[in-house]
Design a protein around this ligand. Sequence first.
Ligand code: HEC
Length: 447
Amino acid sequence: MHGRFTGWLGSSALALGATLAISGVVTAAEPAKAVTFTKDVAPIFQQKCEACHRADGMAPMSLVTYEDARPWAKSIASRVGARQMPPWHIDKTIGIQKFKNDRSLNDAQIDTILQWVAAGSPKGDPKDMPAPKVWADDTKGWQMASKFGQPELVVKSPEVAQDAWWRPTTPTGLTEPRWVRAIEIRPVGKNARKITHHALARLQQPEDMPAELFTNDPNVAGDGLFMEWAVGKNGDEMRPDSGRLMLPGSKIAWDIHYHAVGEEITDTVELGIWFYPKGQEPKHREVLALFNTFSGGNRSLDIPPNQVTTTESFVVLRENARIENFQAHLHLRGKGMSMEAIHADGRREMLSQISDFNFNWHNIYIYADAVAPLLKTGTILHLVTWYDNTSANKANPDPDQWVGWGDRTVDEMGHAWLNITYYNDEEFNAELAKRAAAAKVNTDASK
Ligand code: HEC
């Protein structure tokens, strides 16, 4: 992991040296502006880092107090400067930039942190320290309970001793179709939050894919991703009058990644599900599906040694669609992925791109309401992936190895997990009108 960033560290030392020289001048002229931990940095860490970096958090160290953070200053400058931390790896220069779950730092915040490190990481006046942020203990209860009461259905993962990746399935026990309105995943057990790096719950019900949308499209597969547990975001509430349909006989397939913490741990993950009342069917159905970023089936994925390889796929949308999110799934050679819309009139619109993929972080990027792409029937989704199987890719375990499709992390994959709401023409036009009206209000306001 550290190897990945050594190149950057080298140049950062120079950059920091330069910043130091400049800020030295500034500090001499205007001492009041010196950046300190208590005044400037702690508020940023509370807002953007403590969700993971606190005692018992999932990150390797706490960044709550000055004493916690000070020894990590250099590493912080390197990770923050490279936009590797907080983990939010969408390309900031390409495509849509407004997300519901954005946990990244803005340029001013990055600047403040880099200046603080460059100035020798001063503590500052203890009186400037903000009140400690209080975190709900998500191992104790359901956070959504305050809004919806206790979940109607709870699915528990089997107990495991820690392991790298682990993928059991658990039956949901549902005996009739139900519409889901909210979901929450939480770790259970003494050490669960510390060791659970990443937990995905995938709904297995192959008949879930609406045939009229995807029949015969080899680039799209079912087994929708139902919910991802990511630190700082435990629950997912459907949009108004929208839901996900769960069918009898469905199973939850778990994809759980535990950190090695050097002690025997048997903990579980729980999925809580809140349904719409029986008989109440939401108007819109959200469908989660896997969109391959290569064409021709799994066996066609062909990544020769010592070179960069690109693959692409095209999927025609058979109904009007609103794309709710972007999420890339690649393994160790995976370097980047882009998603572009090709409209009926030939206009091409880049929606999103991840240019420096990191296998540790399969982030879901959820578009903000005002900008989630609204795409007409017939629009083509163009997905491109690139794999770096050279030694320049620090995550690459063996650049001399040919790589094909497979489950192991040393094999490859390539797909986007997309959650899409489909609309008939009337509903779609209403959505477009709503969007236009909102845009008009914004322009009027700025006049
Ligand atoms: C979503 C959880 C999460 C958030 C938010 C987060 N981190 Fe991290 N951080 C981690 C995890 C997990 C690791 C270890 C794995 C890795 O490096 O990807 C890590 C690693 C790091 C490291 C490397 C430590 C080392 O071994 O040298 C630094 C530095 C760091 N984080 C700083 C920050 C800062 C500063 C922020 C806020 C501006 C932040 N992180 C926000 C989870 C998080």
